[in-house]
Design a protein around this ligand. Structure first.
Ligand code: C2E
Ligand code: MG
Ligand code: MG
Length: 754
């Protein structure tokens, strides 16, 4: 079964909050994601930058290599033009003067390394002059085959001779690639005299050899620049390397190199600081996340504490009304209410305002705390127990036996007030009104049941101060429905539902029992225990009071035989007294049992005296004459003056317990009780104080020399069968006079007080 007392619910919730703190978890996850994202972003950005830098460098290299090749071409072309457009050169060629050609052209070109090879041929393609750099060991006619020469002629087709145009191209010879430039050998100053289509050709060739490529590479800081022969692979073309094609447009090789990676170089340089930076910021971020997490955990704990505080009563540590409603709304309680297995108890401390007035609010708080502790001890586990108001408590019980437990706990709660409370060093007697309601198999919502328990408590406050009242539908109409009660009451006597209990009256000085008051009890099958304060008025209205009165008297006559020497007090309703046969009836019963009227006291209230004084006077006189002892019950609550009272032949005054209740709470109450006792004395009447519940009250009553006392302190009303045992206990414990009349007080144990 669940334990729903305030602490366990609160603590459970706190623990739960600490264990699974969603806010802290969320923050940690967020922080982790952020750290990861930052690291990934920084790394990716750096890599991307390096890559971009590499790409840029490669582009620049391509431009440089392309530019280098172009520069060579321009250079060779420029020399070709210089030597080809020369009148003297043309003349020498036509004249076949090889020596001149060598000395003025061939040697200048090959020795200065302007080009590696020079050839001249006519329109017929026959090479007429050739010259080559000595160390090259090349044979021009093997390179410039008729096929190659044909290609060169095609390349030079429609050349603009007048402008001195030259053209360039590449050709492959063995493992070499040769850059060539071609121009017509032109007598430029006499050009008009010639048919340009007949002019011979001059070709300069430059090997793209390793040295030259190395020079180019060094010039532009390109690593490993080289010429790859053959049709270049697709990757090489795609990578954008300079592809070299021959004069027919077929690729014969490509300039390749190791792509520059300045980005990676930068990356290598920044690697250490970057990693360090990332690590540091990770550490910082982790630290921040942990700090935030612990702050979040604290916040969540604070929130949990606030939630608990909102549902907890600070003073008692119990749940408050809000917490109680929340508990009643829980699945356990809703299930129990569906199954009709709920019990609800409502408790209200009596006269709490007076308590506060007399011992102050601080004392009042202390009392509430003590009351809470005692009440809680009466409850089974699984009960939701709350302080729902200043001096109000409520308990909700679950389970199959909740109906019985509720009635048991409610009774135990009433008894929880038997012992005095010690507040600020003072012993304090308090009482409470306890009402309860059970669902008894019916489907009742917890709030509905709480309303019912509240109503029962309200009635208990008025009529059953020392008893827990169970809710009954008739309570809704304000009081027990007369007709129903009447019908039930009619059957009650035969059904043996009506019983007589007795409460002892003792002498205040030595606590000797002098009499017993007969108090009627009705345990109705239909309504449960019904207080006499509720059913006596109904009995009076319906005339049933006569039957009840006679029953009580008969029962008292039977029981009195057990306790010779004790007087029995019988309560008499004004309605009974109105019956002309009342005195005769009573006497008849008494005599039928072989008893005498002066063994009985008849207790009457002021009502009859005020409403019908003439009849009352006559009846009382008769009763007195017959030998009955007469007492005025509930003295002090009516309106009768002393002079008025003197007209009636009373023997005893019973001071109403409302006066006794306030003893010790305020000075007026003490003075009042004193004057009531003095009044009785003055009228020569014995005085009994009713409703003594604690030692303080007894002390004061002794002090003001009240003769007799009666109340729960001595004993509750008990069945006749328990009286013998009670008398024995009381006799054992009663006070004794010692020596010169000083009183030794003996505390009467709780057992004897009921
Ligand atoms: P009552 O004649 O003044 O009876 C005393 C009432 O005070 C009883 O209530 C008794 O249980 C209660 N009492 C006694 N000591 C203490 C105490 O220390 N503290 C508190 N708080 N209460 C105490 P009960 O039995 O409920 O009777 C209520 C009233 O009903 C009686 O008041 C009486 O007027 C009437 N009643 C009871 N029995 C009969 C009866 O047989 N016939 C008639 N006509 N009326 C009866
Ligand atoms: Mg009485
Ligand atoms: Mg009374």
């Amino acid at each position: 079964m669940v334990d729903l007392t305030a602490e366990t619910v609160g603590q459970g919730r706190d623990r739960f909050q600490m264990m699974r703190n969603p806010l802290a978890g969320h923050i940690t996850l967020q922080a982790a994601i952020r750290i990861l994202m930052t690291v990934v972003t920084v790394v990716l950005a750096t890599l991307w930058m390096a890559h971009k830098q590499n790409e840029q460098a490669q582009k620049a290299t391509l431009t440089m290599v392309g530019g280098g090749l172009d520069a060579w071409e321009d250079h060779v072309k420029a020399f070709t033009r210089d030597y080809a457009l020369w009148d003297a050169g043309y003349d020498a060629y036509v004249a076949g003067d090889k020596t001149w050609l060598y000395e003025n052209i061939g040697a200048g070109i090959t020795e200065t390394e302007v080009a590696d090879i020079i050839v001249m041929f006519g329109q017929d393609g026959k090479i007429t002059y050739e010259s080559v750099r000595e160390e090259l060991n090349a044979v021009p006619s093997q390179i410039f085959t008729p096929e190659v020469v044909g290609q060169i002629q095609d390349l030079a087709k429609d050349i603009n001779v007048a402008d001195g145009e030259q053209r360039s191209g590449y050709l492959r010879s063995g493992n070499d690639v040769l850059m060539i430039a071609v121009a017509h050998i032109t007598p430029i100053s006499r050009l008009a005299e010639f048919d340009t289509t007949t002019l011979p050709y001059m070709v300069l060739g430059l090997y793209l050899n390793r040295d030259r490529l190395d020079d180019l590479g060094q010039k532009f800081l390109i690593d490993d620049l080289h010429l790859e022969l053959g049709a270049p692979a697709r990757e090489i073309v795609e990578a954008g390397f300079s592809v070299i094609s021959n004069m027919s447009g077929q690729p014969i090789g490509a300039m390749t190199w190791s792509p520059p990676t300045p980005g990676f170089a930068v990356l290598r340089n920044v690697f250490l600081p970057l990693t360090g930076g990332i690590l540091l910021s990770c550490l910082f971020a982790i630290g921040t996340a942990f700090r935030t997490r612990s702050i979040a955990a604290k916040l969540a704990a604070n929130e949990a504490a606030a939630v608990t505080a909102a549902r907890r009563d600070n003073l008692t540590g119990l749940i408050n009304r809000y917490g109680f409603n929340e508990a009643l709304d829980s699945p356990e309680f809703r299930e129990a209410s569906e199954a009709g297995e709920l019990g609800m108890i409502y408790i209200d401390i009596n006269g709490f305002k007076a308590v506060n007035d007399s011992i102050g609010h601080h004392g009042g708080d202390e009392l509430v705390k003590l009351v809470a502790t005692r009440l809680k001890a009466t409850l089974p586990p699984g009960t939701a127990f709350a302080r729902i108001g200043g001096d109000e408590f409520a308990a909700a019980l679950l389970g199959k036996n909740s109906n019985e437990t509720a009635s048991g706990s409610a009774a135990a709660m009433v008894h929880a007030f038997d012992e005095p409370f010690t507040v600020a060093g003072f012993e304090f007697h308090a009482t409470a009104a306890v009402g309860y309601a059970v669902s008894g198999g019916q489907r009742l919502s917890p709030p509905e049941l709480l309303c019912r328990a509240d109503l029962a408590m309200y009635l208990a406050k008025n009529v059953a101060e020392r008893e827990a009242l169970v809710y009954h539908p008739t309570m809704e109409t304000g009081a027990l429905e007369k007709k129903q009660v009447e019908a039930a009451l009619r059957r009650a006597v035969e059904a043996e539902e009506i019983k007589v209990f007795y409460q002892p009256v003792v002498r205040a000085t030595d606590m000797a029992v002098v009499g017993l008051e007969a108090l009627v009890r009705w345990n109705s099958k239909e309504f449960g225990n019904v207080s006499p304060a509720l059913f006596i008025p109904v009995a009076e209205d319906t005339g049933l009071i006569d039957d009840i009165g006679r029953f009580v008297m008969r029962q008292a006559c039977i029981d009195i035989a057990r306790w010779p020497g004790l007087k029995i007090a019988i309560n008499v309703s004004p309605v009974q007294l109105r019956d002309p046969n009342f005195a005769a009836d009573m006497t008849a019963i008494v005599q039928r049992h072989g008893l005498s009227p002066h063994q009985f006291e008849l207790e009457l209230t002021e009502g009859i005296l005020v409403n019908n004084p003439t009849i009352a006077k006559r009846r009382l006189a008769t009763l007195k004459e017959l030998g009955f002892i007469l007492s005025l019950d509930d003295f002090g609550t009516g309106f009768s003056s002393i002079g008025y009272l003197r007209q009636f032949p009373f023997d005893i005054l019973k001071v109403d317990r409302s006066f006794v209740r306030d003893i010790g709470l305020n000075a007026t109450a003490n003075a009042l009780i004193q004057s009531l006792v003095s009044l009785g004395d003055a009228m020569n009447l014995s005085v009994i104080a009713e409703g003594i519940e604690n030692e303080d009250q007894l002390k004061l009553l002794r002090l003001v020399q009240c003769e007799y006392v009666q109340g729960f302190l001595i004993s509750r009303p008990v069945p006749a069968t328990e009286i013998d045992a009670l008398l024995a206990t009381l006799n054992d414990k009663r006070q004794v006079r010692i020596g010169g009349g000083s009183i030794v007080e003996q505390v009467i144990p709780a057992a004897a007080r009921g």
